[in-house]
Design a protein around this ligand. Structure first.
Ligand SMILES: O=C(O)COP(=O)(O)O
Ligand SMILES: [Mg+2]
Length: 218
């Protein structure tokens, strides 16, 4: 039976915060709010765009007003420049190729809005390596709800197969626990301390992942 490896996107496969920040600050400046620093934005990412926008408004003044318009403005700014400073983490691509060569089916389960996720996935050349992906607004639920992982496995055509999640946040670990799959945390993502997330394993570089995957899904 095929084995599935699900990846979180932001803070796991890619460091996207610089481009998230540019789009967020464009939206904030349209509302005469101060720009956010990289560190501030890093703390706000992980639970989808809506939650991030609420946090951005809270950090820059009073409540935000029309949040739907704010989301549209943010997504328009982000879609116009999805991959300017965004990069893959070291070894991510090589690791994914290796996992595919080992017979794993790969997918991406992200809370990033799907309209942006698809642009980033294509631009960074990940689309040929994955069997499917779902975003934070693809379904009526998202991580930490385990059904988001289930839906991603379905869209990859491997529902019912052994599966593992690789992520960088509390949200990822909670989703994996809700579903009941093992989870690997990366220590180079957006969590302050990956060791504290309660993952089954923590890796400091993608070169360690193929072995860990083989150990956790024998
Ligand atoms: O964009 C977000 O809020 C989180 O995205 P992620 O699930 O890929 O980390
Ligand atoms: Mg993440």
């Amino acid at each position: 039976m095929k084995r599935a490896v699900l990846f979180d996107l932001d803070g796991t496969l890619i460091d996207s915060v610089p481009d998230v920040r540019l789009a967020l600050n464009a939206m904030l400046s349209q509302r005469a709010r101060r720009p956010l620093a990289l560190d501030e934005v890093r703390q706000m990412v992980g639970e989808g765009a809506q939650v991030m926008l609420e946090r951005a408004f809270a950090a820059t003044g009073a409540a935000g007003g029309d949040m739907e318009q704010a989301l549209r403005d943010y997504l328009a700014a982000y879609a116009a420049a999805p991959v300017v400073e965004t990069v893959l983490y070291p070894g991510a691509m090589e690791c994914m190729r290796r996992l595919v060569a080992d017979g794993n089916v790969l997918g991406i389960c992200t809370n990033k809005p799907s309209s942006i996720a698809v642009l980033v996935i294509r631009e960074l050349g990940l689309d040929g390596l994955i069997a499917g992906y779902t975003g934070g607004d693809s379904l009526p639920f998202r991580k930490p709800d385990g059904r988001h992982l289930q839906a991603t496995l379905e869209c990859m055509g491997v529902a019912g197969s052994p599966a593992i999640l690789v992520g960088d946040s509390e949200t990822d670990v909670a989703a994996a626990r809700d579903f009941g799959m093992p989870v690997v945390a990366v220590s180079f993502g957006y969590a302050d301390n990956a060791e504290m997330l309660g993952a089954d394993r923590v890796i400091s570089h993608f070169r360690h992942l193929p072995l860990v995957v083989a150990e956790l899904m024998p």
